[in-house]
Design a protein around this ligand. Structure first.
Ligand code: GLC
Length: 432
């Protein structure tokens, strides 16, 4: 099939499972207007502290979260153990800025790891390299106080080395206290701007960090934002137009997306994608050999809000009947031409091809290059047979004429006029 760049960690489960849940949850959930609010509104620690003093997710039920995620067909999750604000969900011994010291009064990470793992889901940790709270994190173009001359001056006296040790120490905690962790997602490196320096691999001590990670959990899948390569490439908030490559080579990749325009819970944001759009994004991604990581931002009370639940349910309805065209699937071999308004996925283990029909056509779909290759065809939602014809239409037209877009290589599927009642109908082709 396709030649893909080898990963140091174990990607076998990842390229099979294809679909995961991203969770952004922290103090910014109370601000409810984007996880970057501290930076956007140039807040001092004192002003931001109101959220720390009031973080009390009394309705937090990780069992329920795991149920929602697995109901939607997701097979792994990645949670923000610490986001840019610096707040930690677990009981880190290296800081006081953590959930146990808020009104929540407890480690919030462990129960979620246990709940998701209990459902057979793989465990992923997001860890922000950026930290807007640590006393030795220096000023840069992303920092909330980047325009404050007093802070810039004070920042000159900070010892970034101490922060580097801190992030190494926290990584050690995360990789030694929570059992097997399948994926680490570090976020992120960036260039300088407006006279302020950026931060990258030398600042984070990326080489040393990766050494530690590989030593503690050699199987772990590492993302690519430490500026020293990594196992998985993570395009964010866009749909790549083909299989993602690095240095001309196909890589294991995962695109992450929000349901709406914010990662953290955003009360007033209205650009929510429909379940149908999200399903199409998943199909399109798998059809290019990638994974989709879809994000939920739980509320300050610890719940998934109604808008998220509605989407997760819609996706789950579809996945229940169409998971077969997603799990274990990848891009179709290049000899098969993608028909108009469709996406193809292919399962090499079962040798089945899946035609996802994004826009229901009138009666026929012509599959060029498929003639002689298909044994049987059915609609996946109800396993009802789809009848097929091969080759050009027998017609009264002159020899060799091309009719209805059909030629000798064409396989024509005869579809019901009425679109099946599912978000995206799929035709399963049993190849010879
Ligand atoms: C960006 C944002 C961040 C979000 C992340 C998800 O890096 O800074 O808020 O967590 O994307 O990949």
């Amino acid at each position: 099939m396709f030649e893909v760049k080898k990963t140091a960690g174990d990607s076998s489960w990842f390229v099979h499972d294809r679909f995961g849940l991203f969770i952004h949850w922290g103090l910014y959930s109370l601000g409810a207007r984007h996880e970057w609010l501290k930076s956007r509104e140039k807040m001092t620690d004192e002003r931001y502290d109101k959220y720390f003093r009031r973080f009390d997710p009394d309705l937090y039920d990780p069992e329920l979260w795991a149920e929602y995620a697995s109901g939607a067909g997701m097979k792994y999750f990645v949670i923000t153990t610490k986001h840019h604000e610096g707040f930690c969900l677990w009981d880190s011994k290296l800081t006081d800025y953590k959930a146990p010291n808020t009104p929540a009064g407890r480690d919030l990470l462990r129960p979620i790891v246990e709940a998701f793992r209990g459902r057979g889901m793989k465990v992923g940790f997001y860890y922000s390299l950026i930290d807007w709270h640590h006393p030795h994190y220096t000023v840069d173009p992303k920092h909330p106080l980047r325009l404050d001359p007093k802070f810039i001056e004070e920042s000159g006296k900070r010892d970034f080395y101490k922060y580097r040790e801190y992030l190494l120490g926290q990584t050690k905690e995360l990789l030694t206290q929570f059992g097997k962790v399948d994926l680490m997602f570090y976020d992120f490196s960036f260039p300088g701007e407006n006279g302020l320096p950026g931060k990258g691999k030398d600042d984070w001590g990326s080489e040393r960090l990766v050494g530690l990670i590989r030593e503690l959990q050699p199987h772990i899948l590492l993302n690519d934002r430490l500026q020293v390569g990594g196992d998985i490439t993570t395009p964010e908030q866009y749909m790549p137009k083909e299989w993602v490559k690095a240095d001309g080579q196909r890589v294991v990749w995962e695109t992450c997306h929000t349901f709406s325009g914010s990662w953290g819970y955003h009360r007033d944001e209205e650009t929510w994608k429909s379940a149908e759009t999200l399903i199409k994004m998943l199909i399109d991604t798998v059809g290019k050999g990638g994974n989709l990581l879809l994000n939920v931002g739980p509320t300050g009370r610890g719940e998934f809000d109604e808008r998220s639940l509605e989407r997760l349910k819609g996706i789950g309805e579809w996945m229940k009947r169409h998971g077969r065209s997603i799990y274990g699937c990848t891009q179709a071999p290049e000899s098969y031409i993608r028909p108009q308004d469709c996406r193809l996925t292919y399962n090499p283990a079962t040798n089945r091809m899946y035609v996802h029909v994004f826009s229901w056509p009138f009666k026929n779909i012509h599959l060029h290059g498929f003639a002689g290759k298909v044994e049987y065809a059915q609609l996946l939602n109800d396993c009802s047979e789809i009848r097929m014809r091969e080759g050009a239409a027998e017609s009264t037209m002159a020899e060799g004429a091309f009719r209805e877009g059909r030629d000798a290589e064409t396989l024509t599927l005869s579809l019901p006029v009425k679109k099946p009642d599912v978000a995206v109908p799929v035709i399963e082709l049993f190849l010879k």
